[in-house]
Write a protein that binds this ligand. Structure first.
Ligand code: IZC
Ligand code: ZN
Length: 406
């Protein structure tokens, strides 16, 4: 054994797939636990065992250990910020109206197109470091601020570089269908043809993305357009995800179920039929309470989803517009207080179910034999405490692939 973490309180979900229904709250909780690490993987996780030893033994002093957090929904690579939209927001101008007026996502597209690859990379590194210190070991990053071949590939190249230069595991999602760029504002069908006929093949050729996502929303992409674009993406081996039923209930969840998407995300306004469709097709719901908070919108019906048997993941949605906050600990407290999820349910949502939404549930998301040794040591002696003491960073140490990185 390389490292042995001793005298810990271990809290982890169990298994290699998303946990749904009652199973979402059935976590393993072991007092006076030990976690052994060898070659970056978990080699032991269980009660104290005096026969175990390692060259590096760490007494955790009764502190809580959980799997590294998985942030399954971010838009982390972008130029500029959007703090100048704050007065508009305070005056009651809605998110989609800012976009319609050429601001919002389109203002970030302008700044991202103007930014060099290097400047995007340096900015991304700082943001990833911030997330890592807050306990995240795996995250997803969506593109969608380029909206042409050159600039979408630029974002994807930045993601590839970030993956090589810092310890976070990063999953790339192509999101060319995030908005209509200004050069196509009078020719929306033309943009969809360009996306399908030119952008998708170019992205697939470079082999830089694993998933394809789409903003299925009023005045952005319709459910029919979403279905068509995602079915085309699937032909290139990109697995589908959908921003579904966030602001208006236009039916994104049903499309997610119909095409067998790995996840449907947001779902603030999802219908009962939409929830049942997700349950039937095993689509993971990625809920984003930080966005409800920042846009001052209702919170998604997490309890109804759990009761219907939908696996619920919780993530930040970190982006410069609708949630400029990287803090998974804050969204964990929001999920607990606003979704009324129990601490155990939220723990599963931000680890194993997040990993499942990224197709990584057999690799990370729980502290079990053979999985990546991605572990957070918390300045806490029980699980409830990390939900209760919101606003401070309660991470004591982060272990990534078996190494102390923070
Ligand atoms: O930049 O506003 N919702 N896309 C869909 C976003 C939020 C990101 C943004
Ligand atoms: Zn998003």
């Amino acid at each position: 054994m390389d490292t042995l973490l001793k005298n810990a309180l271990l809290a982890t979900p169990i298994g290699n797939e998303a946990r749904k229904g009652k199973a979402q709250r059935e976590i393993r909780l072991i007092e006076n636990a030990m976690v052994g690490i060898k070659d970056g993987k978990v080699a032991y996780a269980g009660p104290a065992d005096s026969t175990l030893s390692a060259s590096n033994e760490v007494n955790c002093g009764g502190r809580l250990l959980t799997p590294g957090l998985v942030d399954a929904h971010t838009h982390l690579v972008f130029g500029g910020w959007r703090q100048k939209e704050l007065p508009l927001k305070l005056a009651g101008v809605q998110y989609l109206d800012i976009l319609k007026a050429g601001g919002g996502i389109l203002s970030t597209v302008e700044h991202t197109r103007a930014a060099s690859e290097n400047s995007l990379e340096v900015k991304g590194m700082a943001l990833l470091l911030e997330m890592q210190r807050l306990g995240v070991t795996t995250c997803e990053i969506k593109t969608g601020y380029g909206l042409d071949i050159e600039n979408e590939i630029k974002q994807l190249s930045v993601i590839r570089k970030l993956r090589k230069t810092q310890p976070m595991d990063i999953v790339a999602t192509f999101m060319g269908a995030h908005a209509y760029p200004k050069e196509y504002s009078d020719d929306r069908p033309g943009y969809i043809e360009y996306l399908i006929g030119e952008m998708l093949p170019a992205v697939a050729k470079e082999n830089l993305a694993e998933f394809c996502d789409i903003f299925c929303e009023t005045a952005v992409f319709t459910p029919e357009e979403s279905r068509r674009i995602l079915l085309e993406a699937m032909k290139y081996g990109l697995r589908p995800k959908i921003h579904a039923d966030e602001i208006d209930p236009i039916g994104g969840a049903k499309i997610a179920a119909e095409i067998g998407a790995i996840s449907a995300e947001h779902l603030i306004q999802v219908s009962d039929a939409g929830i049942n469709a997700l349950a039937q097709r095993d689509v993971t719901a990625v809920l984003l309470p930080g966005t409800s908070f920042y846009l001052d919108k209702p919170y998604a019906r997490a309890r109804d989803m759990i009761n219907a048997g939908v696996a619920v993941a919780v993530a930040t949605d970190f982006n410069p517009g609708s949630n400029p906050c990287t803090n998974m600990q804050f969204v964990m407290t929001l999920a607990c207080l606003k979704y009324k999820m129990t601490p155990a349910e939220v723990l599963t949502a931000v680890t194993l179910n997040g990993a499942a939404a990224l197709g990584r549930a057999s690799v990370c998301g729980s502290i079990e034999l053979g999985k990546k040794a991605d572990i957070v040591m918390w300045e806490a002696e029980d699980l409830e405490y990390i939900f209760y003491r919101y606003g401070s960073n309660l991470v004591c140490s982060v272990i990534k692939d078996g190494k102390f990185t923070w």
